[in-house]
Write a protein of this length. Structure first.
Ligand SMILES: [Ca+2]
Ligand SMILES: [Ca+2]
Length: 327
């Protein structure tokens, strides 16, 4: 990697600052989730995918206690006799079925590309549904969905559950309701830099057998209008790169890069000692810029694209920005 590091030479222009000064900071960012609405499979009404034919794309089966034959998951073009209001989003919903009362949480999980960021408030929202019994003409099957096995929605970093909605909503038969899970990252959170994950679980606590999910969204907002890093690059080509940190103190901002995310601590001989970065121990300073926003410009090789992570540090307040992949 050594010859692929981002070589940035400081060249901050007044014109560039004027252009970017109008950029807003502290806005919520939606974190990408694959197949968040379970629309990946195009299905006719009441058709569904299940684990033997790919389940719900992007979502892995999460079954830590290995229920007999395994919990079943997939996409389903929900039928109006099971949910008179149809899907909350699009045509399909995700489903998690287990036909026994096992008192074991199982379902689906998606590990995201994004990592837990310092000074960030996360809000996870999911539509959760309780199908009612219905006769399926399409599947030639009488689905007995009377009752509800319970649900849990977890926001996870690494292997640690940050926050969860543990069956807090009482769902009528044939309805969906919105579940919300919040987590605020405090300074020094040891999980900063760990990969985020979302789990959608069936508690298998009762008959009814199935829980549906739809329209999964994860938003991240800087806490207290914190330092917000954005990157403008020529990726996948080499060329001019602009790193912008907004919402800072107006003093000097350091732009730091590394070959991976992590939780390296700044040593005592440097500014802001003891602060834990969201980067690994290869962290090096690309350079500094002053102001709010602070704009740092340089040239980056193509090899940095998709391989280098960047974070900004306010040297006056020691506030950290989000970590971004240089791309
Ligand atoms: Ca949907
Ligand atoms: Ca039911």
């Amino acid at each position: 990697m050594s010859n692929q590091r981002m070589r940035i030479t400081a060249k901050t222009t007044a014109a560039l600052i004027a252009i970017t000064a109008t950029a807003t900071s502290a806005v919520a960012q939606e974190i990408p989730i694959y197949n968040a609405g379970f629309e990946e499979y195009k299905l006719v009404n009441d058709d569904f995918s299940w684990k033997e034919i790919g389940g719900a794309p992007g979502w892995d089966i999460y079954d830590p206690d290995s229920l007999f034959l395994g919990v079943n998951v997939g996409d389903w073009n929900v039928h109006e006799d099971a949910h008179p209001g149809e899907a909350p989003e699009g045509l399909n919903v995700g489903w998690v079925y287990w036909g026994l009362v096992s008192n074991t949480a199982a379902g689906m999980q998606q590990i995201l590309d994004d990592t837990l960021q310092a000074d960030t408030a996360y809000e996870l929202t999911v539509q959760v549904g309780n199908a009612q019994s219905y006769w399926s003409e399409f599947n030639q099957w009488d689905y007995d969905y009377e009752g509800f096995p319970g649900y849990r929605i977890e926001l996870v970093a690494g292997d640690t559950v940050l926050a969860a909605d543990d069956n807090s909503i009482v769902l009528d038969e044939g309805t969906f309701q919105l579940s919300t899970v919040n987590y605020d990252v405090k300074p020094g959170d040891p999980l900063i830099g760990e990969k985020l994950a979302i789990r959608l679980l069936n508690l298998t606590n009762d008959i009814g057998w199935e829980v549906e999910f739809d329209d999964v969204k994860l938003n991240a907002s800087p806490i207290g209008g914190g330092l917000k890093l954005t990157i403008d690059s020529n990726c996948p080509n080499a060329g001019k790169a602009t790193l912008t940190a907004s919402g800072g103190s107006g003093g000097t901002i350091a732009f730091i890069y590394a070959t991976g995310t992590g939780n390296v601590t700044i040593p005592n001989n440097l500014p802001c000692p003891g602060v834990t970065l969201g980067l690994n121990k290869t962290a090096k300073m690309a350079g500094t810029a002053k102001g709010n926003p602070a704009v740092f410009q340089g040239n980056a090789p193509a090899g940095a694209c998709g391989r280098i992570y960047v974070q900004a540090l306010d040297l006056k307040t020691c506030a950290l920005s989000n970590v971004l992949l240089f791309d």
